[in-house]
Ligand binder design. Structure first.
Ligand code: FPP
Length: 227
């Protein structure tokens, strides 16, 4: 969800306002994803690298998360949305960690739509934690190192209940993954859109899906009909 800051400065507004508009774009996008019958959507809300931003901006992002959960949780719950949170709780203020747990807990029984919120998330950090879990199994004799495979690692990632993403969309004119779902995106289609996140909504999501549908996915195989 990149481009909040640039959107704000292009409109002569403080960066925090860009993030507020970003939350509105998030609401629109979750609604659009449900309408388009998508099953899973993961949003990158706060990366482990975002701690490098000024304290005032970090606390503005935390308070936006609070507002979002406080204002939207009851509705999301009613709509059948199950929330999962990806990332580490380490370093997060207690009230934020408690709020994230509440969002996960209160929507646990829902099955209509899966919303992943990557918060205090970094792909490499997630893989390291999964390796640590595997190492504990090895140390306890539950797993033979010879038997370690991709599946055993995937099972230990925060995203274990989610399928690998088919499509990764980055808004905001940059062309990189910035540590987002790096293991899971090995075969994802990548789409970099020039639109800034606060401008994103149903039309943009629809456009992204149309682009995705026109691509041919081979997963390392041959073009269909080429053999
Ligand atoms: C990137 O824009 C965006 C973020 C670092 C935060 C994204 C967060 C939200 C949309 C709101 C958080 C809400 C919830 C509910 C978790 P940027 O600031 O890097 O933009 P720039 O590159 O233009 O400066």
């Amino acid at each position: 969800m990149d481009g909040n800051g640039r959107w704000a400065s292009r409109h002569g507004l403080p960066r925090a306002v860009g993030h507020e508009r970003g939350v509105e774009a998030l609401r629109r996008t979750v609604r659009a994803a449900q309408k388009l019958d998508l099953e899973y959507l993961t949003v990158y809300s706060f990366s482990t690298e975002n701690w490098r931003r000024p304290v005032s901006e970090v606390s503005a992002l935390f308070s936006l998360l609070k507002t979002f959960v406080n204002q939207d949780l009851a509705r999301l719950k009613r709509e059948g949305v199950r929330i999962s949170v990806f990332g580490t709780r380490s370093g997060l203020p207690d009230d934020i960690a408690i709020l994230l747990d509440k969002a996960v807990e209160q929507t646990r029984e829902n099955t209509r739509f899966e919303l992943g919120i990557a918060f205090n998330y970094g792909g490499r950090e997630e893989v390291v934690r999964a390796i640590r879990l595997l190492s504990e199994d090895v140390k306890a004799g539950r797993i033979d190192p010879e038997n370690i495979n991709e599946h055993l690692l995937s099972e230990r990632l925060d995203t274990s209940r989610f399928p690998d993403p088919d499509l990764v969309i980055r808004t905001g004119e940059e062309h990189r993954l910035s540590n987002f779902l790096i293991w899971q995106s090995a075969y994802a289609e990548l789409l970099f859109m020039d639109v800034l996140w606060p401008e994103f909504g149903e039309a943009e999501l629809q456009r992204a899906i149309e682009t995705f549908s026109s691509r041919e996915r081979r997963f390392g195989g041959l073009k269909s009909g080429a053999a």
